[in-house]
Design a protein around this ligand. Structure first.
Ligand SMILES: [Zn+2]
Length: 76
């Protein structure tokens, strides 16, 4: 089951919930204040694939911005 991350606008906390595929769109309630949370798209789901099927980071990994190697071993 995938884990979804939520942000509570009421108490500014983040929480994660395990959700089955059928309950993705159901409301998630904050474990701290029980307000309704907003879904956060995690770094995992912000990865996108281009037309060549190569995974491209759209957030983070700034050190790899100019990386042309496959291993990224020279980035650090
Ligand atoms: Zn809350």
């Amino acid at each position: 089951m995938p884990i979804y991350e939520y942000f509570c606008p009421n108490c500014k906390s983040r929480f994660e919930l395990l959700r089955s595929m059928g309950s993705i769109n159901e409301d998630a309630f904050c474990p701290v204040c029980n307000a309704r949370g907003e879904k956060v798209f995690s770094a995992f789901t912000s990865f996108s694939k281009d037309s060549e099927g190569i995974s491209t980071s759209v957030g983070g990994f700034d050190k790899c911005a100019g990386c042309t190697t496959a291993s990224c071993s020279s980035c650090f």
